[in-house]
Design a protein around this ligand. Sequence first.
Ligand code: CMP
Length: 139
Amino acid sequence: AVERTLSIIKPDATKRNLTGRINAKFEDAGLRIVAQKRIQLTPEQAGVFYAVHKERPFYGELCEFMASGPVVVQVLEGEGAVARNREVMGATNPKDAAPGTIRAEFAESVGENSVHGSDAPETAAVEIAYFFSGLELVG
Ligand code: CMP
């Protein structure tokens, strides 16, 4: 089925001017960017987004990192978009990421790993609604 997923290009990648190269990977994989904006998060806003990780030891560091520079939040659409995006991103830890994936090519560490993608269609709906109104989604 055609799905939508929420993607974030993280501060380590925007700082290194990698937005276009990362977007090309999505488009080459058949994902369409149907909404996109570059924003600066506060640590509090990042904390709400990552609330599911609140009890993890890296939560504070994760929120500070996500607020350390601009992010590009985007909605990717396509057949099986959630899984397809996760394939293109590669494993969370770049050391485990398959060759050719975004994280294998660009990520610096498990924390500064260049991209986020929703883990399931239900999560995607919640994550998309956090950043975008219906009017901003142009399929
Ligand atoms: P993401 O897919 O955005 O979802 C949660 C993030 O937590 C994950 O990518 C990683 O960037 C981050 N993360 C996971 N494990 C660690 C860790 N051990 N140290 C720092 N950050 C981590």
